[in-house]
Ligand binder design. Structure first.
Ligand code: BGC
Ligand code: BGC
Length: 831
C-alpha cells in the first residue's frame, strides 16, 4: 500500500515554483498519523468543471495583486474588523463568533445585522482604492436555526434531531434555517456539524446527531440540500439558500477521553469508517466548504495535516469547495503561532479563520509568499477555490445583501411555518425511557404540577450557541415568540379543561394528579461543557429529591430531562413513573406537551417515536456498561415493563468542579481555601467559624441563596489574601483563548481599605489585576464580578495552581462562589 507522508503533491508543487528561498515544507507527519488515501472512499463531486468559470477565475488571478490574494484567504471576526479594514486589506470573508454581534450587542435587532452585511459588502466591492473588488462572504454559526438572532426559530440541537430518525425533516429544517439567515444578509453558515461523538464527556457532543455514523450520514446530505439547494438547479443566492460548512473535519468527536480540541488516538480505518463516513454524502451533496477541526489525529493537528486535508479530502474524496480553519486553530499547529502559520496553507487550508489575528496573519503570510517560502501556486489554488465557490453561489451577480431575495423580510424570522417544523422536530425527538403504563399521556382535565427550575427557561432548553456563545445569560425576554416547556404544558392542559401550576421546588397546595419534574443540564458550548465523568453536576441534582418527595406524597411523577447528552441519572429513573428525554428542544417548547398530554377527546395526540441516538449509561463511568442501547425508545403502545430498581451508585468518584472553585462558600475539591498574609503565615479554612493570621481575620458562614451559602471574611488588619489553591495544577489555556472569565460572587459588607487586587498563579508566576473599584461597589449587595482570564495570561495558563487570590487591606466582605464563566454583572477590564 502506498503511504503519503508529507503531502507529496504539495512538495512537488513547491519545487515547481522554483522559488528563490527554499520553500517551506508542510509539517512532517509521524508514521501513526500517516494516511493511505487509496483506502478512503471516493465520492462524486456534483459540480462539473465549468470552462467559463475557470476562465473568469484565471483572469481575476492575473489581475489580483499578492496583497489581494492574501486578503482573500483571510476571515476576520466582526468584533475585530471594520468595513474600512476589509476594503484596505481586501479580506475574503468575515464571521461573527459566538459572542460577536453588530455594535457588540448580542441582542441587536435583525436590521442591524443586515446593515452591517451591506457595509462590509460595499467595502469589499469598492475599487476606488484599487483592486478587483471581490465581494465578501459572511459566515455565522446558525447551528440550530439562525441562533445568533433574536426572534429566530430555534430548532432542537442536533442530538435531539438524531432521535427523530427523519431525514426529510432535516432537509426542511435546513431550508427554513437558510431562509432566516438570508433575512439578515449572511450567505454562509458553519453547519451542519457532522461530528460522530464517541465519548459523551465531550462538551460538544450535543452538536452531533448521533454516535452512529450511519445516522449522521443519513442526515448530512439532506441538511446540505436544505441549506444550499440542489446542485445545478440555480445558484444559492438566486434562491432562498446559503452555503454550508460541514465541521469539524475530522474526528472532533473521537478525541481521547472526549476532550475538546483533543487528540483522536485511533486507527486510520476507524478514522475513515466512523468519522469520515458522513463526509461522503456531504461531498455528494456539494457542500461548498469544510471546516477543519481544532483537534489532532495521533498527535498531528488537522489544520496542519496535508495527508488528511489535501490527499484525502481534496484529492481522494474529490471535495471541490474550500477548506476553512476553525477559530485561531492554525495557532495550534506544530511550529505555528496565532500570528504566523504558513504550514496551514501548505497543508491545504484555503482560508484562515483568524478572528482577531487577521492582521498578523495577513502580514506574515504576505511576507512568506513574497519571500517564496509559500509558493504562489498554492496561494493561487486557495484563492481559486474561494473564487469558484463565490462564483458558483452567484455572489458576483447577487448585489448588496439587502437587495437579495428574502433580505429584510423580518417576518420570516420565527415565521409560523418555521416554528411548526421546529415543534414537529421537538415532538419527534422526545425519547421515552421508562413508562409504568398508567400516567402517560396525562389525562385530559387533570390537575398538573410542573416542578424544576428549568421548566420556564427558554435559554436553558435551547442550550449553547443560543444568542450568546455559551448560551448563558439570556432570559425569556430575549426570545420573542418562543414557548417555554412550562408555557406549552400550561396551554396544553388548559385546552383539555385541566389546571396546571408551576412550582419550581415542587411544593403545592391542592394535591396534583400528576407532577412533571423538569431537570437536567444548563447551557454550555465547547470546552465549558467537558466533563470528567457522566455525572450530572452536583448543583443540578436537587430535582431528584423533589421527585422522591412527590412520590412519597403519593403523586405520580413524570421526569423530563433537558440534556445535551446521556448521563447517569439512575435516581431519577428509579423515582419517576415515566421518564422522558427532551434533549435541547429550542424555541418550541410546546412540542413537549404535544406528546405528554392527552387531547380533549381523551386520546393521545401524538405517540412517542424518538429513539436514542446514542447509548445510555448504567453508571457515570464513560467506559462503563450500557443501560439502554442506541435505538431504544418506548411508545405508548408498548406494554408496560416492570421496573427493576437500578443501583444509584455512580461507580465513580464525583469529578472535579468543572471550572467551579468555590461553591456555596465551600471550596470544590480538589481546590482548598486558605487565608494567608501573602508570606509565610497561611491557614487552611475547612470548618466554620475560623480565624487566621493570629486572629486578624475572622471567617464566618453567611447566607447566599441557601442558608450558609457564603463565607464572610472580616479582615481587621491586613493585608490578607483569600486564596483558592489546587495541588494538581489545571490547564486553562483553552479557556483563556476563548473569552472565559474568572467570576466571583461577592458582597461588600463594610468600607474596604488597602490595595485590593486579584491574582492568579500559573506555570510562569503570578499575574495581578487591581480591583480598585471594589471599594465603591454598593454595600450589602451581591454582585458577580469578573476578570477575563486573558488578563492573567502572563502567569502561564498551562499549569494554574492558584486560580484565585484576593488581596485586601482591611474590611469585611462575603464570598459565595468563584468559578469560570461567561456571564457577569461587572467585568473588570485588563490593564
Ligand atoms: C467553533 C466552531 C465555530 C467557530 C466560529 C469555533 O470555536 O469550534 O464550531 O464555527 O468557532 O464561531
Ligand atoms: C467566540 C466563539 C469561538 C470561541 C473560541 C469565542 O470568543 O465567540 O465563536 O468559538 O471564542 O474559543
Amino acid at each position: 500500500m502506498r503511504a503519503t507522508t508529507v503531502g507529496a503533491g504539495l512538495a512537488a508543487m513547491a519545487m515547481s515554483a522554483m522559488a528563490q528561498v527554499a520553500p517551506m515544507q508542510p509539517p512532517v507527519t509521524p508514521p501513526e498519523s500517516t494516511v493511505h488515501p487509496e483506502i478512503w472512499p471516493s465520492p462524486k463531486w456534483p459540480f462539473p468543471t465549468d470552462a467559463a468559470t475557470e476562465k473568469r477565475i484565471a483572469d481575476l488571478l492575473k489581475r489580483m495583486t499578492v496583497e489581494e490574494k492574501v486578503g482573500q484567504v483571510i476571515q476576520a471576526d466582526i468584533s475585530a474588523v471594520t468595513p474600512a479594514d476589509a476594503r484596505k486589506y481586501h479580506l475574503g470573508s468575515i464571521l461573527n463568533g459566538g459572542n460577536s454581534a453588530p455594535g457588540g450587542d448580542e441582542f441587536a435587532p435583525a436590521q442591524k445585522w443586515l446593515e452591517l452585511a451591506d457595509a462590509f459588502y460595499a467595502a469589499s466591492v469598492d475599487k476606488s482604492g484599487g483592486g478587483v473588488g471581490i465581494p465578501i462572504i459572511w459566515g455565522t454559526d446558525a447551528v440550530h436555526g439562525h441562533s445568533n438572532i433574536v426572534g429566530a426559530t430555534l430548532f432542537p440541537h442536533n442530538i435531539g434531531l438524531g432521535a427523530a430518525r427523519d431525514p426529510d425533516l432535516i432537509e426542511r429544517i435546513g431550508a427554513a434555517t437558510a431562509k432566516e439567515i438570508r433575512v439578515t444578509g449572511m450567505e454562509w453558515t458553519f453547519a451542519p456539524t457532522i461530528t460522530v461523538p464517541q465519548d459523551f464527556r465531550w462538551g460538544r457532543a450535543y452538536e452531533g446527531y448521533s454516535s452512529d455514523p450511519a445516522i449522521v450520514s443519513s442526515y448530512a446530505g439532506r441538511m446540505i440540500k436544505g441549506l444550499q439547494g440542489v446542485p445545478g438547479q440555480g445558484t444559492v443566492l438566486s434562491g432562498p439558500h446559503v452555503i454550508a460548512s460541514t465541521k469539524h473535519f475530522i474526528a472532533d468527536g473521537g478525541t481521547f477521553e472526549g476532550r475538546d480540541q483533543g487528540d483522536a488516538r485511533i486507527s486510520e480505518t476507524e478514522l475513515r469508517d466512523i468519522h469520515g463516513a458522513p463526509y461522503v454524502p456531504a461531498i455528494e451533496a456539494g457542500v461548498e466548504t469544510v471546516m477543519t477541526s481544532f483537534s489532532s489525529w495521533n498527535g498531528v493537528k488537522i489544520a496542519g495535516h496535508p495527508g488528511l486535508v489535501t490527499d484525502v479530502l481534496k484529492k481522494r474524496m474529490n471535495f471541490g469547495g474550500f477548506v476553512v480553519t476553525d477559530w485561531n486553530a492554525h495557532g495550534q499547529v506544530a511550529g505555528c503561532t496565532n500570528a504566523s502559520c504558513p504550514q496551514a496553507l501548505l497543508s491545504g487550508i484555503d482560508m484562515y479563520m483568524a478572528p482577531d489575528t487577521w492582521r498578523d496573519i495577513y502580514t506574515s503570510l504576505l511576507a512568506q509568499v513574497k519571500s517564496g517560502q509559500v509558493p504562489m501556486v498554492r496561494l493561487d489554488d486557495a484563492v481559486a477555490r474561494i473564487l469558484r465557490v463565490k462564483m458558483r453561489m452567484g455572489l458576483f451577480e447577487a448585489g448588496k445583501p439587502s437587495s437579495r431575495p428574502l433580505a429584510g423580510q423580518y417576518a420570516l424570522l420565527g415565521a409560523a411555518d418555521h416554528r411548526a417544523i421546529a415543534r414537529e422536530a421537538v415532538r419527534k425527538s422526545m425519547v421515552l425511557l421508562k413508562n409504568n403504563g398508567s400516567i402517560l399521556p396525562i389525562k385530559a382535565g387533570a390537575n398538573v404540577l410542573v416542578a424544576g427550575d428549568g421548566a420556564d427557561d427558554i435559554g436553558r432548553q435551547s442550550g449553547g450557541w443560543t444568542l450568546t456563545w455559551q448560551g448563558t445569560g439570556v432570559d425569556n425576554s430575549k426570545f420573542p415568540g418562543a414557548t417555554s416547556i412550562w408555557k406549552g404544558i400550561e396551554a396544553g392542559v388548559a385546552a383539555t379543561g385541566g389546571t396546571a401550576t408551576y412550582s419550581p421546588d415542587g411544593s403545592w397546595r391542592g394535591k396534583p394528579d400528576v407532577a412533571i419534574v423538569v431537570f437536567g443540564e444548563t447551557p454550555y458550548a465547547e470546552f465549558q461543557g467537558d466533563l470528567k465523568t457522566l455525572q450530572l453536576r452536583p448543583e443540578l441534582r436537587k430535582p431528584f429529591e423533589t421527585m422522591q418527595k412527590l412520590k412519597a406524597q403519593g403523586i405520580p411523577v413524570v421526569a423530563l430531562m433537558i440534556t445535551g447528552r446521556p448521563l447517569f441519572v439512575n435516581p431519577a429513573l428509579n423515582a419517576a413513573d415515566a421518564f422522558v428525554v427532551a434533549w435541547l428542544p429550542g424555541s418550541e417548547g410546546a412540542g413537549v406537551a404535544d406528546v405528554l398530554l392527552q387531547r380533549k377527546d381523551r386520546r393521545a395526540a401524538y405517540d412517542f417515536t424518538g429513539k436514542l441516538p446514542v447509548a445510555w449509561p448504567l453508571t457515570a463511568d464513560a467506559r462503563g456498561p450500557t443501560l439502554f442501547k442506541l435505538g431504544y425508545g418506548l411508545s405508548l403502545a408498548d406494554a408496560p415493563v416492570a421496573w427493576k430498581p437500578l443501583s444509584e451508585d455512580p461507580g465513580v468518584k464525583d469529578s472535579d468542579g468543572g471550572g467551579t472553585f468555590l461553591d456555596r462558600g465551600s471550596p470544590v475539591a480538589p481546590v482548598s481555601l486558605y487565608v494567608t498574609d501573602g508570606k509565610a503565615d497561611s491557614t487552611r479554612i475547612s470548618t466554620m467559624p475560623a480565624t487566621a493570621l493570629g486572629g486578624k481575620v475572622q471567617i464566618t458562614a453567611t447566607d447566599h441563596i441557601v442558608q450558609e451559602g457564603a463565607r464572610r471574611f472580616d479582615v481587621q488588619q491586613g493585608p490578607a489574601v483569600i486564596e483558592l489553591a489546587n495541588l494538581d495544577p489545571m490547564d486553562l489555556t483553552r479557556e483563556t483563548n476563548g473569552d472565559v472569565l474568572l467570576v466571583m460572587t461577592v458582597r461588600r459588607d463594610s468600607a474596604l481599605t488597602g490595595p485590593i487586587t486579584l491574582s492568579l498563579t500559573g506555570a510562569s508566576g503570578t499575574a495581578t489585576v487591581p480591583l480598585g473599584d471594589a471599594k465603591k461597589t454598593p454595600q450589602g449587595q451581591w454582585a458577580r464580578v469578573a476578570v477575563p482570564l486573558k488578563c492573567f495570561a502572563s502567569a502561564g495558563m498551562a499549569a494554574v495552581g492558584k486560580p484565585f487570590a484576593l488581596t485586601i487591606g482591611s474590611g469585611t466582605f462575603s464570598l459565595a462562589r468563584v468559578a469560570l464563566g461567561t456571564d457577569a454583572d461587572v467585568t473588570v477590564p485588563c490593564k
